[in-house]
Write a protein that binds this ligand. Structure first.
Ligand SMILES: Cc1cc2nc3c(=O)[nH]c(=O)nc-3n(C[C@H](O)[C@H](O)[C@H](O)COP(=O)(O)OP(=O)(O)OC[C@H]3O[C@@H](n4cnc5c(N)ncnc54)[C@H](O)[C@@H]3O)c2cc1C
Length: 374
């Protein structure tokens, strides 16, 4: 079976790898450089806590693969299962966390509730005003710069062709499948997988499939390096988006942070998302509630990335509803980094076997069409 994968972010590179592992002949076409889209901008959170319940089976599948990534890809992609703590500062958010934990338990996610005394004993310096926290011990983080090149290189070793800096000119459907004309030549295959991230809705629209997707850029920042003390990823349960911050410390010592600032709208042409320095003070105030010591640390860089947010905040994954041989995996709505390896594995299973053991129905491309009643 021949498959063209369109878009070389985490979803495309992981799909190329798992497709090649299942024996498919794969051509991955990326119009820029591999991994240079939303993925490289990611905070790197490998978090299941708080995820939509319908996504947990896919998130579990993905977490297992993150755990195998170093062995599977032959490279340390800095996956560290250091745990994920979410601090709680008010009773309403505590009730939200407990309700979520109860609903998520039958779906295979166990969240531990911890008291203020345990927070200060186990995680000194974090959230002195917190009234409780949840802790998910098997979650953690990975390096957004390493994972896509690692998947692409491993796919190449299995025989996949990785074509970079190839602007796509036309996509045609022929009796034999798909013909993709690019600046680097034309490529043909019986199947086409659309992993074009924030640009994925444009590809779908070419086949008459409308997906309500907006391109937006969350804002991130990183501090100077400090002694490595903070192991888990830190977030918050809150109903107030002005406080919805998160942070983690990388092993080299820098503290990466994000959240709390509004995601700005991004023009898909050229798709460059810029961080806004005016948003930094409010963002840092929210981060300081989680880690007061950040007030004494210098921020050395801010950035953003162009991510596709679907109206219901769920991705589009699965078969096209209009075109046999076409598949989609795009619109990961700000939480695709954790899912990436699982998405690649699930899409490869679906394309090569016609079925997928992980439920994908909630992500179908036609859920927004009138005929579907959505
Ligand atoms: C700032 C930021 C922080 C984030 N933090 C987290 C986090 O902590 N945890 C988490 O789980 N998720 C996070 N996310 C979300 C996560 O990074 C994304 O959901 C995920 O990386 C999306 O991967 P992708 O492969 O779908 O898209 P991308 O990485 O954007 O890849 C799509 C690729 O398709 C290419 N492309 C587009 N059109 C075409 C075309 N016509 N032909 C060829 N190539 C094309 C693009 O150039 C791009 O390289 C974050 C996102 C951002 C922006």
């Amino acid at each position: 079976m021949d498959v063209i994968v369109l878009g070389g972010g985490l979803m495309g590179a992981a799909s190329a790898y798992f497709l090649a592992r299942r024996g498919a002949r794969v051509t991955l076409i990326e119009r820029k450089r591999i991994g240079s889209g939303a993925t490289v901008a990611s905070f790197g959170n490998i978090r299941r806590s708080g995820r939509y319940l319908s996504q947990l089976p896919l998130a579990h599948r993905s977490l297992r693969l993150w755990g195998e990534a170093e062995k599977m890809l032959g490279r340390d992609v800095e996956f560290r299962a250091t745990g994920h703590i979410r601090l709680i500062f008010d009773e309403g958010s505590l009730a939200d966390m407990r309700a979520y934990a109860e609903a998520a338990r039958p779906c295979g996610l166990d969240l531990e509730e911890i008291s203020p005394r345990e927070i200060s004993a186990r995680f000194p310096g974090l959230g002195p005003d917190a009234i409780a926290a949840s802790f998910s011990p098997r979650d953690g983080s990975g390096n957004p710069r390493l994972i896509v090149p690692a998947f692409a290189e491993a796919a190449r070793k299995l025989g996949a062709d990785i074509i970079e800096e190839a602007d796509v000119e036309t996509i045609k459907h022929t009796s034999a499948g798909f013909l993709v004309a690019t600046a680097k030549g034309a490529f043909a295959a019986e199947c086409l997988l659309n992993t074009a991230g924030a640009w994925g809705a444009r590809i779908a629209a070419q086949f008459g499939e409308e997906v309500p997707l907006s391109a937006r850029g969350p804002q991130m920042g990183v501090t100077e390096p400090l002694p490595y003390r903070i192991l888990p990823v830190i977030g918050i349960w809150t109903r107030d988006k002005d406080y919805g911050a998160y942070l983690r410390q990388v092993e080299r010592g820098n503290i990466v942070f994000g959240g709390a600032a509004e995601r700005v709208s991004v023009d898909l042409d050229p798709g460059h998302a810029a961080a806004d320095p005016m948003r930094l003070p409010a963002q840092l105030r929210a981060v300081a509630r989680l880690l007061p010591a950040i007030a004494r640390v210098a921020v050395i860089r801010t950035w953003s990335g162009c991510e596709g947010y679907v109206r219901d905040m769920l991705p589009v994954m699965g078969r096209s509803a209009t075109m046999p041989g076409l598949f989609h995996a795009f619109g990961f709505s700000g939480h695709g980094f954790q899912l990436g390896p699982g998405v690649g594995d699930a899409m490869a299973e679906l394309i090569t076997t016609g079925g997928c053991e992980t439920p994908l129905d909630d992500f179908s491309v036609d859920r927004f069409s009138h005929n579907n009643g959505a």
